[in-house]
Write a new protein. Structure first.
Length: 148
């Protein structure tokens, strides 16, 4: 079964807040497949727009943190992560059937995620991030557990 990810575009976001830094953001899409062939996805535009909205909210509320956001309308799930700390296959999942995803819920989930890694909410600070990466990074050591 093919899971070929398509890069739609890349953009540069220049530092615009204390604690932020310049970012290169990649917008990607992985089409659903059946029998190894890509299927038409009626959710594609909505998913990309919602993932971008999620990213924009997190970037504004927590400048400088390197977020990954995924919206899956077909399966009614939304995901956020900090891949450098969590690895590439671990996420904070939000069930869109049981939870109404708005700015407030998204900010709360992201804030909880930062706290678990010992990072201060709001802007990015290098020393606590480097400490969290050394202690917890599942990108470096995939068997590391998510901190309590």
């Amino acid at each position: 079964m093919s899971q070929d990810t398509v890069t739609l575009r890349e953009q540069v976001i220049l530092k615009d807040a204390p604690g932020a830094h310049d970012l290169i953001v990649r917008h990607q899409y992985t089409p659903p497949t059946a029998d190894g062939k890509p299927e038409d996805d009626p959710f594609a535009r909505m998913d990309m727009a919602n993932a971008k909205w999620m990213f924009d909210v997190l970037l504004k509320e927590y400048p400088g943190h390197l977020w990954r956001t995924v919206y899956d309308g077909r399966n009614k799930m939304a995901y956020l992560s900090i891949p450098i700390l969590m690895g590439i296959n671990k996420y904070w999942a939000i069930n869109l059937v049981t939870d109404y995803l708005d700015d407030k819920l998204l900010i709360r989930c992201a804030g909880d995620l930062l706290q678990r890694y010992g990072l201060r909410p709001r802007r990015f600070e290098l020393d606590p991030f480097l400490d969290a990466r050394e202690k917890h990074s599942a990108l470096v050591v995939p068997t590391r557990e998510f901190p309590d």
